[in-house]
Design a binder for this molecule. Sequence first.
Ligand code: SF4
Ligand code: FES
Length: 221
Amino acid sequence: MKVRILRQKSADSEPYWESFSYDGPMEQSVAGLLDYLNFHDDIRTADGEKTDRILWECSCMQGVCGACAMVINGRPALACETFLKDLKGKEITIRPLQKFPVVRDLVVDRSSIQENLKKTNLYIDEYQPSEKESHAQQYLAAKCLKCGLCLEVCPNYVNGNTFYGAVFVNDCFLVSARNREQRGEIRKAYRQHFESDCSKALSCMDVCPMKIPILSFLTMR
Ligand code: SF4
Ligand code: FES
């Protein structure tokens, strides 16, 4: 199997494609494939040229940390949850998420997600018992990995603008259900950073690895 990877040596350098040959098991995930390609000290491209280890991020390898988000065969996905046997064709292409600045190879800087949440004070100030009637929905909203896949596919999200995307909606819902006193403030932030710019494309729901029903959080109380 041929593997094409869009690489970049540093944040300021130009990206370039590099091809590799993979002859390992097809039961492997894309994360496993990257590990496999990186395994030896002497790493070679498909043309036999010596090259550097491919940089990428991971932690859990079981779909719970969100670190391994990347674009696989044109679709944003978690590498550890995408299996080679499910991918069509004899070639696989892997590139970093495009909505975030590349640090190196497949590693991107997603700190804007946390920075946006910080700017709107989306934190629970003091412990308060959460609303019983929305427990099930709170549980779903709390599953958000902050992986950024929803922002990658969102036609309205541009890193650095005032529209904060689906991640923000989840947290608005969660904090609002946990702290009645913050509701006015959250509602204001919701209007400013989400409501007026969301075109309801809902592509976020298609790619979300946690299957979060983002649509159900769009009507903030
Ligand atoms: S809403 Fe889903 S896709 Fe978006 S950051 Fe959270 S887990 Fe990832
Ligand atoms: S390594 Fe944690 S989600 Fe893939």
